[in-house]
Design a protein around this ligand. Structure first.
Ligand SMILES: Nc1nc2c(ncn2[C@@H]2O[C@H](COP(=O)(O)OP(=O)(O)OP(=O)(O)O)[C@@H](O)[C@H]2O)c(=O)[nH]1
Ligand SMILES: [Mg+2]
Length: 362
């Protein structure tokens, strides 16, 4: 499993441009707002040099990276939660993603219209967040009403659930995104079921423009810090154009270097995204493939195996775990086995980032 990231923001912020830069998918980009109507979806291999190192140990196996899905969603505007602009259509698309990439326009360009007339990332971020909060308020309010009806004269646990939900609703009505509110245990399943928009982790992506110099960058970074999140600087159009002309990843990096950039926006996003979502990568070398997999931190060995095949979870016996660095250094499995450096892990073993795992099932 990879994870899915929805690009969210005002029209003409450069969402489709950045989507193209990340995925090379060739989505339509225009100087007028609301260019994107139906969401564009692109799947991108996650660059990971550990997988490269592992292929030296298994030179005959095919290398399969883990994946990341990007969804380029229609721009939203003030009152979108009431149906304005592209209206509510975007909401179900945002509801389906694991994380939000909030694209903020920081570039000045008189040829590209701005829906609210001026470049002001602080105001723009507030517009988008307010719409998401308003939508959550509506969703949470509906659930509160339902819980109220169900709870009449009911047991203590239902009352506790209703009280926790109403407390949450109160925070949201005062403008706090759900991701910043500690969630009480009793309402965790309800949160998972309703998937509120502001509960999703959010990274800010500042579209800085062609020269990468924007006086607005500091403001976006500060807002991200206040949100307990991160801001990623991207030169949207430049990276998209480089993506179109570069034939290979090496060529892409060489172009980026010429413009004073060390790495691609994708690399920056993947790193920040894994941290934010608390994800870890493990590796397998089953059959003809050496392969990377992504799971949330805290996943146990049988659950991790279940991502590969249900047998690895249902008929799990044990997992043989090696540290990737040890395996690469040893050059093959055998010396590690001989030295007793293959850990035999049971049902409760929690997968660590960089584990190389061989699942054994009944
Ligand atoms: N100068 C400059 N223009 C950019 C940059 N990034 C995007 N643009 C331009 O801004 C315009 C809008 O870009 P899009 O990527 O279509 O914006 P969007 O956010 O997807 O817009 P909607 O689909 O309408 O919501 C296009 O003309 C892009 O070429 C940039 O870094 N610099
Ligand atoms: Mg677009």
């Amino acid at each position: 499993m990879g994870f899915s990231c929805g690009l969210v923001g005002l029209p003409n912020a450069g969402k489709s441009t950045i989507f193209n830069a990340l995925s090379n998918a060739g989505a339509r980009v225009e100087i007028y707002p609301f260019c994107t109507i139906d969401a564009n979806i692109g799947t991108v291999s996650v660059p990971d040099d550990r997988l490269e190192r592992l292929t030296h140990v298994f030179p005959d196996k095919k290398k399969v990276p883990t994946h990341l899905e990007f969804i380029d969603i229609a721009g939203l505007v003030e009152h979108a939660s009431d149906g304005e602009g592209m209206g509510n259509q975007f909401l179900s698309e945002i509801r389906a993603v694991d994380a939000i990439l909030h694209v903020v326009r920081c570039f000045e360009d008189p040829n590209v219209a701005h829906v609210t007339g001026s470049i002001d990332p602080v105001r723009d971020i507030e517009i988008v967040e307010t719409e998401l909060l308003l939508k959550d308020l509506e969703t949470l309010g509906r659930v509160a009403k339902r819980l109220g009806q169900e709870t009449k004269g009911k047991d203590r646990s239902s009352l506790a659930r209703l009280a926790a939900w109403e407390a949450l609703l109160d925070h949201v009505s005062r403008g706090t995104p759900i991701r910043s509110i500690p969630i009480e245990h009793v309402i965790e399943p309800l949160i998972a079921e309703t998937a509120p928009l502001t509960a999703k982790p959010c990274l800010f992506v500042a579209n800085l423009g062609d020269d990468g110099e924007s006086t607005h960058w500091a403001a976006v970074k500060q807002i991200a810090t206040e949100h307990g999140s991160e801001a990623i600087p991207i030169r949207g159009r430049l990276e998209a154009e480089i993506g179109e002309i570069a034939g290979s990843q090496e060529e892409r990096v060489s172009y980026l270097n010429q413009y004073g950039m060390k790495t691609t926006g994708l690399d920056l996003l993947v790193r920040a995204g894994y941290d934010l979502l608390n994800l870890v990568t493990f590796f397998t070398f089953e059959g003809p493939e050496v392969r990377a997999w992504t799971v949330p931190a805290g996943t146990t060995a049988p659950d991790a195996g279940g991502r590969i095949h249900s047998d690895f979870s249902d008929r799990f016996v044990l997992a043989e775990v090696m540290a990737l660095d040890d395996l690469v250094e040893a050059g093959s499995e055998k010396p590690l086995r001989d030295a007793g450096h293959v850990h035999r892990a049971g049902h409760d073993y929690v997968v660590s980032d960089g584990d190389v795992i061989h699942f054994i099932c009944a």
